[in-house]
Design a protein around this ligand. Structure first.
Ligand code: SF4
Ligand code: SF4
Length: 442
């Protein structure tokens, strides 16, 4: 950099304030929390800094404050929306890994009123397992990636541990043959997670668990009961206390207006069980979402709304603040595939039990020729094309676009655009982000 360049102002050097900043005055402090939703950064600025930010004409490129603003992404020298669009286009095909969500059964031993699935009994056959192993090999070969990840889902996957074990063995062997890294996680209700099953899951490299508790005792049993009735709380928490589970366990709390009061107590209970058992448990609350299936079943719980939803959603989402990546979820990417117990392929977890949303089969689909080998190419391309919400005029002008990427593609396609519940309250988000960063640096 020569002396002439050094003395340019930020504006002369082509910098402008990011389009994706939100801010809030920090109560009782003479500071403002500023968040870049594009860069995923957050900092507290004095009023004098804010003035400099709004007066780039005078800000010199060789000043420390300029360097700080650039590092935080508060000022940029490029078109952020064009960058988001480019990332969104690339995201639908980028092969960072092959990720398979496998449902070895669609049956479930629970009957939760808010569930988005209609459970059917059934078990994946050996020939469907053959098809999945062959599909995984084609996907690794065509993508060229060296990472194979599996999520065990259902139904309740632990109803058929023998399928998990046999198919895992085949996929682990395949990964070794291809010199690919293999990892796995599982979404389970935790009812059948005894010592024998936990040891098997550890052997087949499952190292992340998601288990749901909806409160303490009866508060949990009201929504998460056995099919046909019967409590489950004592059995699940008994497993968490007594079984050595090797891996990280996220305890999800599906919050609705009937169990919102349980948040504090449940968080404390999880901390106590973690301490007592040595298991690696982490609590997180998330609002229950409306779904067509639950609506049709007529047993939907009372959803959160207004400030209650905003509070719970903020706690859940604050951890998502990170550099923009241009798409919302795996459904937007060609290399993320869901597979039901019959070997039907889908793009989204909510489509797992909906054959009418399946785009093809594990037996036939080939990512090397993804449209000609799909039985319903449209059901594949609609998800790939919702990446980044490029066609939605509302999203294109929205400050949340880098963070939200247009929301859940499934909701967008089959219901309506699902905006962030705190869309109209950026100050609340900025303050929470500031508090979270402060705590993590303490
Ligand atoms: S599209 Fe929505 S519902 Fe489907 S997997 Fe993605 S986030 Fe989940
Ligand atoms: S879905 Fe809503 S909150 Fe998200 S970017 Fe689009 S308009 Fe904004």
């Amino acid at each position: 950099m020569d002396d002439k360049t050094k003395t340019l102002t930020a504006a002369e050097a082509g910098y402008h304030v990011s389009d994706y900043l939100i801010s809030a005055k920090i109560p009782d402090e003479n500071l403002f929390a500023i968040v870049s939703l594009y860069k995923g950064s957050c900092a507290a600025l004095r009023f004098s800094d804010i003035l400099m930010l709004s007066a780039l004409d005078r800000l010199r490129t060789d000043s420390p404050v300029f360097q700080r603003f650039v590092k935080l992404g508060f000022i940029v020298n490029f078109d952020e929306r064009a960058a988001l669009e480019a990332m969104a286009r690339g995201a639908c095909a980028f092969p960072s890994k092959v990720s398979l969500t496998i449902c070895p059964t669609m049956g479930c031993n629970f009957d939760c009123p808010y569930c988005f699935e209609n459970h059917k009994s059934g078990k994946m056959s050996p020939s469907v397992q053959d098809d999945i192993a062959a599909l995984a090999e084609r996907m690794l070969d065509v993508s060229g990636t060296k990472i194979l990840h599996v999520t065990w889902f259902g139904g309740e996957p632990l109803l058929v541990p023998d399928v998990i074990e046999s198919l895992s063995d085949r996929l682990i062997t395949l990964a070794e043959k291809k010199s690919a890294a293999y990892s796995a996680d599982i979404i389970t209700n935790g009812y059948l997670l005894d010592r024998k099953i936990a040891d098997m899951l550890d052997r087949v490299k499952v190292d992340h668990y998601q288990i749901t508790l909806d409160g303490i005792g009866a508060a949990h049993d009201t929504t998460r009961h056995l099919a046909g009735g019967g409590p489950t709380f004592e059995r699940i928490t008994g497993n968490l206390r007594s079984v050595k589970i090797r891996g990280h366990i996220n305890i999800r709390h599906n919050v609705h207006s009937g169990n919102m009061a349980e948040i504090k107590k449940l968080r404390a209970l999880i901390a106590e069980i973690a301490k007592e058992s040595g298991n690696d448990l982490e609590y997180y609350p998330t609002p229950v979402r409306d779904s067509l299936t639950a609506e049709k079943r007529g047993k939907q719980v009372d959803l959160l709304c207004g400030s209650a939803e905003l509070d719970v959603e903020l706690i859940r989402k604050i951890g998502d603040l990170s550099p923009a990546r241009g798409h919302y979820c795996g459904a937007n990417n060609l290399w993320n595939i869901g597979i039901d117990d019959q070997g039907r392929l889908n793009k989204c977890w909510e489509d797992s039990d909906k054959p009418e949303h399946s785009f093809g089969t594990a037996a036939k689909w080939n990512p090397g020729d993804p449209l000609n080998t799909a039985d319903h190419p449209d059901l594949l391309t609609v998800y790939l094309n919702t990446s980044g919400a490029l066609d939605d005029p509302e999203c294109r002008k929205c400050v949340w676009l880098p963070f939200c990427c247009g929301g859940c593609p499934h909701q967008r396609l089959f219901r309506k655009r699902e905006c962030l519940s705190f869309k109209a309250d950026p100050e609340a988000f900025a303050l929470k982000a500031y508090e979270a960063r402060k705590t993590s640096h303490q």
